[in-house]
Design a protein around this ligand. Sequence first.
Ligand SMILES: [Zn+2]
Ligand SMILES: [Zn+2]
Length: 252
Amino acid sequence: MRLKKLEREQVRMKYGGRCAYCGIELGSRWHADHLEPVTRELISKRNANGTWRLDSGKPLKPENDHIGNMMPACAPCNISKGGQSLEGWRTWIARHVNSLNLYQPTYRLAKAYGLIVETAVPVVFHFEKVQTSACGYTHGDWECREGGYLWYAGDGEGYDPSDCTHICPHCRTTDYLEAAKEEAEGCSSWSNNGTSGTGVDLWVLAERQALGANESAARAALAEIGPVHTLDGDDSPGGYSVVVCNSQRVKP
Ligand SMILES: [Zn+2]
Ligand SMILES: [Zn+2]
């Protein structure tokens, strides 16, 4: 499945721009990983020089190919996980120390000299540590749900667990503001259901909502985030101008 730009951005920000598995901050080269693998069929193809190679064919579990099953992953984690299930991969990682002891003399020597201490801690993935339960925050008909996302409770239809569009400003204030910064710095004008605005409006609204939802956390997050270079849309040939925002960092 090819993700649209906005969907890819949603996946990237699912855990505040970090790898869902090891928690490292994602650089520009990150992967959208299938949490439950789609397990592609292997087909042999003939190279131009007559040799054969294995290539991945169509997915055997296409039902796993949807955005709710996509996790942001750094390249090493994505490559290491490959087609394994989460539990299979967890066991495999846990055995790495065993493999090092068996096959790596340099590892054994370093351990003998006290340079390496084996802890035997269980393998816990980043997304498992940060998994939050609903914090009780509500805003109009919007409520926080498990995972720290807001969902619309007004229509009585429940929520889609795979919908990770709206980060809760109360329990995930920093993630919320970081996502708003990204959006405000990448969008000069927008319109939605009859309302419209610029990147500056996006930021100002988000900042106000964060301060209203959790003032102390928002002040701390804003101080850390620093200047936000929002885009202000207009009709000039340049299309937009940059306005430096963030009430906690920038003097008006
Ligand atoms: Zn990782
Ligand atoms: Zn919350």
